[in-house]
Design a protein around this ligand. Structure first.
Ligand code: PEP
Ligand code: MG
Length: 518
């Protein structure tokens, strides 16, 4: 990327701050290494470079010609590293590693991830694998995809929101790597394979060759898969399966085609509530319109705010709950935050009027039918209020997430126009195994018969009531788990955008197991 004209001053400042931050970190390390003269010498060399205005000048010059700070820094270091690496004298060649080290350090500072550190600079253009003990969804979203190519977390688990965000973006992420990950030195070279869950720090030449081969094969397979990505999905015996997109950050829509999708099955709205203050009605309306526009005539389901659990929202969620996943979360917060919720409903009712019959709205964490009834009543009140003021609006179809076992068990009793199974939460609540706790990840298993049983109950309730049921939890995005859902009678999936080709392939390969008389 290049910086927009007029942004050079800001980019210069960003680079200067990042260099200063890297210098402070290296100085601290150098001081700590006093007793180890060789290591201290190495760090002194790095420190000297970070303090040398002549050395830094080409990067600032590139910024003045319009480059973004990251690009300018990486380009300058790449050129320097190539010069050093080509030198005949081994001592000179060794300096290339130091340059790679400071390249990573400054890129890390530019990405601004507290608690995380770049682990690797494998690809010779400064690409970084982020290694961190923990990572919150917002820290992940603040990562610059131009430099961060993969993430490794020592804790975490595949069902956590940070892992879901990574899958939506097609960003390779390894979770639950263990504490040893944090011992890897910053700037070390590493290889990460998220398909086979492998992380190799200090790889040998043979590892590199193997990874290159595998990567090439993976790229070719994806190319093949993508050939049919825009075709509708039918099972092997010809049954149509609807495949919607999950949208948790509309900024991703700019680079995404809608053609592979039958619409949006889950738009999470938490992205709107990440700032210091909640968004006003018009800001929300614009955000919902952007999703509707992207869908280009296809149906869109937007979920109202699901704060709580592992998604803290300033001013809304409660601190210090004994068990946030079982506390005030999702629609349980709406009564105490009536004004905030009404604002969201007003924006949604106005958005619905701009796409008649195409916008659907659902609420998260519904447990009892009374909550659905209250939601309906409140939405009707909001619409009546807008209409009495002459505002163009519409009451959209109202549905619910099925993510609490109680709701799955009595799904037929809810006055819902449609259902959407949130398997991430349904599994954690059914198995009593937190989705973000790696120690119980084994129990958090979508293949457990109890999970299948709950999904089947919800499917049969939807069928009996003649309304749609889809699955928007991560299980629907996992090609290995799609057959389980189809077997349970699900015919609508809402999936992480980056994985749609694999999901459609899984649908095309599936045919119902023949039932034979004994
Ligand atoms: C789910 O629980 O499966 C779901 C889709 O909602 P979230 O992951 O946002 O909790
Ligand atoms: Mg959920």
């Amino acid at each position: 990327p290049t910086a927009a004209p007029g942004d050079s001053a800001r980019e210069r400042q960003r680079l200067q701050q990042a260099v200063d931050q890297a210098r402070a970190a290296v100085a601290e390390l150098t001081a700590a290494l006093n007793a180890e003269p060789v290591a201290a010498d190495i760090m002194e060399f790095q420190l000297a470079l970070l303090e040398d205005a002549d050395f830094l000048a080409p990067a600032f010059a590139a910024i003045d010609s319009g480059a973004a700070a990251e690009v300018a820094w990486r380009a300058m270091l790449d050129a320097e590293i190539a010069d050093y690496a080509a030198a005949d004298a081994p001592a000179m060649a060794a300096k290339a590693d130091d340059l790679a080290d400071i390249r990573a350090r400054v890129l890390e500072a530019l990405c601004g991830k507290p608690g995380a550190k770049p682990l690797s600079v494998l690809v010779p253009n400064g690409d970084v694998i982020y290694a961190a003990g923990r990572m919150t969804p917002s820290e992940f979203l603040a990562c610059d995809p131009a430099s961060v190519r993969a993430v490794a977390i020592s804790g975490g688990s595949p069902g956590s929101h940070v892992a879901i965000s990574a899958r939506a973006r097609g960003m390779p992420m390894l979770v639950n790597c263990g504490r040893k990950l944090l011992d890897a030195p910053s700037g070390a070279c590493a290889l990460l394979d998220a398909v086979e869950a492998r992380l190799i720090v200090h790889p040998k030449a043979s590892h590199r060759a193997e990874f290159r081969r595998r990567f090439e094969r993976y790229r070719n397979q994806r190319k093949q898969l993508n050939r049919r990505v825009n075709e509708s999905a039918f099972t092997a015996d010809g049954e149509r399966v609807t495949v919607y997109a999950n949208v948790d950050d509309p900024s991703l829509l700019a680079d995404a085609e809608v053609a592979p999708f039958d619409g949006v099955g889950l738009a999470r709205t938490e992205f709107l509530f990440r700032g210091d203050a909640p968004p006003d009605e018009d800001t929300q309306l614009a955000a919902y319109r952007a999703i509707i526009d992207w869908a280009d005539g296809r149906p869109v389901t937007i979920r109202t705010l699901d704060a709580g659990g592992d998604k803290a929202v300033r001013g809304v969620t409660v601190h210090g709950e004994t068990n946030p996943f079982l506390g005030l979360r999702g629609c349980r917060l709406y009564e105490s935050h009536r004004a905030l919720f009404d604002t969201q409903l007003r924006a949604l009712a106005r958005a619905a009027a701009t796409a008649p019959g195409r916008l659907k709205v659902m609420i998260p964490m519904v447990t009892r039918p009374t909550e659905m009834a209250r939601f309906r009543a409140q939405f009707a009140e909001v619409v009546a209020g807008l209409k009495s003021n002459g505002v163009d609006c519409q009451l959209p179809a109202l549905g619910m997430m099925v993510e609490v076992p109680a709701a799955a068990l009595e799904a037929a009793s809810f006055d819902a126009d449609f259902y959407s199974v949130g398997s991430n939460d349904l599994i954690q609540y059914a198995m009593a195994a937190a989705r973000d706790d790696p120690r119980v990840a084994q129990l958090n298993d979508p293949r457990a018969p109890a999970v299948g049983g709950l999904i089947r109950m919800a499917v049969s309730a939807a069928r009996a009531r003649g309304v749609e049921i889809s699955v928007c939890g991560d299980m629907a995005s996992n090609p290995g788990r799609v057959p389980l859902l189809l077997e349970a009678g699900v015919r609508a999936l809402s999936v992480a955008m980056a994985g749609v080709a694999e999901v459609k392939q899984a649908v095309r390969r599936w045919r119902p197991t023949a039932v034979t008389d004994a």
